[in-house]
Each structure stands twice: as C-alpha cells, then as structure tokens.
Design a binder for this molecule. Structure first.
Ligand code: MLT
Length: 325
C-alpha cells in the first residue's frame, strides 16, 4: 500500500470515528482518577488500590484526585464536563445512582453524561460508635438513641453518600429521627468519631476495619446477611436485633461521555486485569470489600446495574421525602 493510500485510510478512519485521535497511543501521559470524597475514606481507599494496580497494566501513572463535597455530586459534575479523552476517570459508589433522586439541582445525569467502564467491588458497612459511647450492644444502642434523640448525633459523608443512605435506613427501621452531621467524606467523619466529637456512624468496612481491630471504636453489627471473614466476631444486623436492615455499597469506574470506544475497551481490560490481581483481591478482602467477578467489570454490566439502582432507590428516597439543593 502506498503512503498516500495509507494516509487517506487513516483520515477516513479518523473521520468515521473508528480510530479517534490519541486512541491508538493511549495512554501516553498521567491519568487522573477523580474520587468525589475526601482522602482517607472508603471510596478513596478502593480507588487508590485500583489506580495503583491499573497503573501497572496500562504502563502509565494513574493518580487519584479528591474532589469532595455534596455527597459526591461536586466531583461527578467536574468529570461530566471534563474532556472525554481517557485522561480523566471517575470512581464513585452507589451514591451515583441515588443523586438524581436526592439532588434537585443536579447539573448532570449519571447515565447520559458518563461512559460506564465496569463495576469494581461490593462492600459491607458496619455500625460503629465512639469508644466511650454508653451502649454495649445494638439493642442497647437503639434504646439509648431513642431515649436521647435530641442529644445523640449520627455522622455521614453528605447527602447521597452511602453513610447517609445507611443512616436514613437505620432511622426508618428504628422509627426515630436523629440529628445528622454531614462531612465531605467519612474520612474526616471518622477523625471526629475517634476524637469523640460525634457519636456514631454506619460506614464502609474499608474505613472502619482497622479502627475496629485496634479497639479505637465500638462496633455493633455488619450490614450484610452473613458475617464477614475479615470481622468474624461482629454479628449481622439480623443477629444483633434489626432483622430487616440490609445495605451493601458498590463502587464503579466511569469516564466522561464521548470517551472513544477503543479507550474504554483498554480501560475495561485494565480494570478486569486489576480485579484478578492477587494482591488487590487480598487487600480488598482484608477491608471487607469483595472485588466483583469479571463479567460484572464491563460497561454493559455497569450500565444495567446503574439503571436498576436508579430505579430501585428513586421511589425509596422520594417516599422518605429527603432531598438537597
Ligand atoms: C467516603 O469515601 O467518604 C465514602 O465513600 C462516603 C460515603 O459514601 O459514606
């Protein structure tokens, strides 16, 4: 094939969108992974381990940038308007699905403004309290907060965060409204819990396991139907006395809408390779977070899951009458 013919073939492919500019040599520089919560929290931990592992197979550095606030919607809005060139990625959790029902002035839509890449993990939550909180069991905690509802406070990572949703579910189950204290992530909320400034929180095991093991917080229950291998002594909500309470948190990887398919394909392959990595799997498991099976780490699986979660949570949130501006 002559040079002229080759050039015109490349031009034709570029114009037809099959070989978008930059896609063939992608990635050729540092990739930023936006996490919409503060450093040190569960989403940050999940994303940092993933970014580190994907850096290996993509042969470029993936760095995490924390764009925290408003339950993850500030970071999501930033990514929605970032260039769709594969150099800005996004790790968010279940809160990406609940944002449209919770936020009345959302500037983006989780489906139409993002390219799904794949699910990352499913994770449990734990109900924990400051070390000197008077209750010694879940039943005692429920009795105590009901009797002291104007004094007790419940921390969360902002409207739409997993800890906020978990708290809503808890208050609905025990039939008592409590004062809630929103933070920009459960990383800073945990600091205040450790310091005794807030009373209790329902947070992902990725954030709580090390503090539970070190005896720095009191733990009452896990939110999964089964006990966790990483915290075998901690009862389920069912065992501890709140049988209808179930909550797990999933994280997923996205790119801005319009990111070329060849780039999404490379990122999907790198995500799948990372989730097979023995070190990553072990680190996630130690934190009570399970890396998803390969068939869930795909754009199709994430697209379907996101849609189903939006449909599931929308009515629950509307019925609870909770929203933010
Ligand atoms: C965080 O990283 O702070 C959490 O994922 C926040 C949450 O949703 O509870």
């Amino acid at each position: 094939m002559g040079v002229r013919m080759l050039l015109s073939l490349c031009c034709a492919l570029l114009l037809s969108g099959q070989l978008p500019a930059g896609a063939a040599e992608y990635p050729s520089k540092v990739v930023t992974v936006v996490v919409p919560f503060s450093a040190g929290g569960p989403s940050d931990t999940i994303a940092r381990l993933l970014a580190q592992t994907m850096s290996g197979s993509l042969k470029t550095q993936l760095i995490v940038e924390n764009v925290a606030g408003a339950g993850g919607t500030i970071g999501a809005a930033r990514v929605a308007t970032s260039p769709p060139d594969g150099y800005t990625l996004f790790v968010h959790h279940i809160g990406h699905a609940t944002a449209p029902a919770l936020y009345r002035k959302l500037t983006y839509h989780p489906i139409t403004d993002f390219e799904p890449i794949g699910l990352i993990n499913d994770g449990a939550m734990t109900l924990i309290a400051r070390k000197d909180f008077p209750a010694k069991s879940l039943k005692e905690l429920i009795a105590h907060v009901k009797a002291n509802k104007d004094k007790v406070n419940l921390a969360n990572a902002g409207v739409g965060s997993a800890s906020h949703l978990a708290g809503l579910l808890f208050m609905a189950e025990i039939g008592t409204d409590l004062t809630t204290i929103p933070y920009k992530g459960t990383g800073p909320a945990m600091n205040d819990l450790l310091g005794g400034q807030v009373d209790f929180m329902i947070d992902q095991t990725t954030n709580t396991t090390s503090h539970i093991k070190a005896g720095k917080v009191q733990v009452y229950s896990v939110t999964t139907p089964q006990r966790l291998p990483s915290l075998p002594e901690v009862p389920t909500m069912d065992e501890a006395g709140l049988p209808n309470y179930r909550m797990t948190v999933w994280h997923a990887l996205y790119a801005p809408k319009g990111t070329p398919k060849p780039i999404i394909d490379k990122l999907t392959a790198a995500l799948q390779a990372a989730l097979k990595d023995a070190n990553l799997k072990q680190r996630y498991a130690e934190l009570g977070a399970e890396a998803v099976a390969q068939e869930r780490a795909t754009p199709e699986a994430l697209r379907g899951h996101l849609k189903a979660e939006i449909e599931k949570w929308g009515p629950i949130i509307k019925n609870a009458g909770v929203y933010a501006d």
